[in-house]
Design a protein around this ligand. Structure first.
Ligand SMILES: [Fe+2]
Ligand SMILES: [Fe+2]
Length: 198
């Protein structure tokens, strides 16, 4: 039997109380914003809330712990994750939500899994969790250039994600860093989707 989302949120909240306080606060802000964005787009607020609650459950783990756990679970570890093990906190959180908490809603599991990079064909719930994580108020305070995304996110979800990806990818390129292929695929998918609608 499917466990009601509200019940899952309660279980996740118990886990959240064990996390470092700064991370708890980020997750709280992400949850509030994801609910607001969901409301403005007529999306399912509870689903977005659960995704936002669980998205960073493993964000405080050390790189060693992330790699060891990802190997143990048989998760996909490409060269990119090997170079930046922090990227594994989404897939590990998703695995926890699906297998430990028995969350059968794969849209929410996917929202947690891909919250760092996005993915082509991402659903509305996935998009909302993705962008709420990136532009919660503290992030805008730290990176004011993200403020222009807040101006459009309540009307244009895809446009907001494109604007975020453009800023992020540009900054990685400027620093000669590695762009996750999935972030580029997400960019291409949204651009092609947009041009086919025009
Ligand atoms: Fe994260
Ligand atoms: Fe986050």
């Amino acid at each position: 039997m499917d466990i009601p989302i509200i019940q899952l949120i309660n279980v996740v909240e118990k886990e959240l109380s064990q996390l470092p306080i700064g991370l708890q606060e980020h997750i709280y802000r992400t949850r509030i914003l994801s609910r607001k964005i969901a409301e403005s787009h007529g999306a399912e607020t509870e689903k977005c809330d659960l995704g936002a609650s669980a998205h960073d459950i493993a964000r405080h783990w050390t790189e060693n712990k992330l790699i060891t756990e990802a190997r143990r679970l048989g998760l996909d570890i490409t060269e990119v994750e090997n170079d930046e093990p922090l990227l594994l906190h989404g897939p590990i959180g998703a695995h926890w939500l699906r297998n430990k908490l028995d969350c059968s809603d794969l849209e929410i599991v996917s929202a947690v899994n891909y919250h760092t990079t996005g993915r082509p064909e991402m659903s509305q719930v996935e998009k909302i969790v993705f962008i709420a994580d990136k532009i919660e108020p503290q992030k805008i305070k730290k990176y004011p250039e993200l403020g222009s995304i807040m101006d459009i996110v309540m009307d244009d979800l895809d446009g907001a994600i494109l604007r975020y990806l453009a800023l992020r990818i540009r900054s990685i390129l400027a620093n000669e860093g590695v762009v996750h292929p999935r972030a580029l695929e997400t960019w291409n998918w949204l651009i092609l989707k947009r041009s086919s609608c025009q």
